[in-house]
Design a protein. Structure first.
Length: 410
């Protein structure tokens, strides 16, 4: 036990003393505090602008049109703007390029036109706006031709429907964005600390430090202390960031809109939080043990990426399935994946938050994850023990599997 404590304390303090870790944690906490304070910041700026005597300024645009029979429509569409008429399309295009006019319009008929602009940004909706105007004008004309008063049609459409929905179970709309955020945080944690563990193990082999460690400490103690130190440190780091998020939310809660409050408060209760914590922590440790074990299979630091690629493939596949399941929590893929330990850490908490599932489903999935995590710890210790003193020759995955089946000791 003393050896484990020494390894754990050494690894934990090493992480704690890293300047990059401290700076990263402080920066992330500040970002979270600023992010949760955005409603207050926005309100302050809005209040300042409201206190000033603002004068509404009407913007008059310069619009170019091609000479034609339907130019009267341009006067209706761009009422209040300055309209300039051009004789040919080339002159109209040159004026747009030169910046003399904001846009050019060619009306071929009452329902056909061509819009000419220099550059189009994502927030440019001129095409849709003009099409909407022409559609409304043509529809009104058709109603008049049919002897129908367009105003009467508009009045007939002014019907308000009183609708109310009672949700007896879960409301997936409330937890959608919270679920996405938690998936992303867990994804970053496993990727970041998994690679840290794998790199740390590989560095010890690359520098021959492993040979000295094995002579005084058992391989089992080394990997358990190393992985658990990184696991707990990562959990504490994320906990600190979440505490900052909660503090920021509580301090600025009064400035949040009701819609945002519904999303935040309506999706996360005590039971949901417990399920998330259990599945996330257990699954997080399971993946970190695998990262540490596979990191011991290489003798050079630059080979770490190749060694951990099988784990990365499984983990990224689990992340992609979770991203799909968040919009369809009751689909067959989501239901099946919620019982597979490598994907359950993402999907079962999502299903629990977004839809109604029984306690027995959660217990079965959690039990399978605990058994799998224990098995992965045993397998990781075996892989670490075999790979820790293997230099030069690459350990094949097939030989590892055979050794595990035959219960060979190393």
């Amino acid at each position: 036990m003393k050896q484990f404590n020494d390894v754990f304390a050494f690894e934990f303090l090493t992480l704690l003393k890293k300047k990059t870790v401290k700076v990263t944690t402080i920066v992330l906490c500040l970002i979270v505090l600023v992010g949760t304070s955005l409603p207050t910041i926005i309100k302050l700026f809005n209040d300042d602008s409201n206190n000033e005597s603002a004068v509404a300024v009407e913007i008059i645009r310069e619009i170019g049109i091609l000479a034609g029979d339907y130019n009267y429509l341009a006067d209706i569409i761009f009422n209040g703007d300055n309209i300039h008429e051009y004789e040919d399309k080339k002159a109209l295009e040159n004026a747009v390029v030169a910046g003399d006019i904001e846009l050019g319009l060619i009306l071929y008929s009452e329902v056909s036109f061509e819009l000419i602009i220099k550059d189009r940004s994502l927030d440019n909706h001129e095409l849709e706006m003009i099409a909407g105007y022409l559609h409304e004008l043509k529809m009104n004309q058709n109603l008049i031709d049919a002897g129908i008063n367009p105003a009467a049609v508009v009045d007939a459409g002014q019907v308000e429907i009183a609708a109310e929905m009672t949700v007896l179970g879960r409301n997936s709309l409330e937890g959608y964005f919270i679920g996405l955020g938690i998936i992303f945080i867990l994804y970053i944690m496993i990727i970041l600390y998994g690679q840290t563990v794998a790199t740390s193990v590989a560095r010890e082999k690359d520098s021959r430090t492993m040979e000295l460690l094995i002579t005084s400490t058992k391989p089992k103690t080394l990997i358990l202390g190393k992985v658990l130190a990184n696991s707990i440190f990562g959990i504490l780091q994320i906990t600190l960031i979440l505490v900052c998020a909660i503090i920021g939310f509580l301090l600025n809660q009064g400035n949040y809109t009701p819609e945002i409050l519904v999303f935040i408060q309506g999706s996360m209760d005590f039971n949901t939080a417990i399920v998330y914590i259990l599945f996330s922590c257990i699954g997080y440790c399971m993946y970190l043990f695998l990262y540490g074990a596979f990191g011991s299979l290489v003798s050079r630091l630059e080979d770490v990426g190749t060694a951990i690629s099988p784990i990365m493939f499984i983990f990224i596949a689990a992340y992609m399935i979770a991203s799909l399941s968040i919009s369809r929590p009751n689909s067959p893929l989501s239901v099946i994946s919620s019982y597979i330990p490598f994907t359950a850490l993402f999907i079962m908490p999502i299903r629990n938050m977004l839809t109604s599932i029984s306690v027995i489903e959660i217990v079965i999935s959690l039990g399978l994850m605990i058994l799998t995590t224990y098995s992965m710890i045993v397998v990781s210790v075996y892989i670490y023990r075999r790979g820790s003193l293997n230099y030069g020759n690459k350990v094949k995955l097939s030989s590892l599997i055979k050794g595990i089946i035959k219960k060979e000791d190393y």
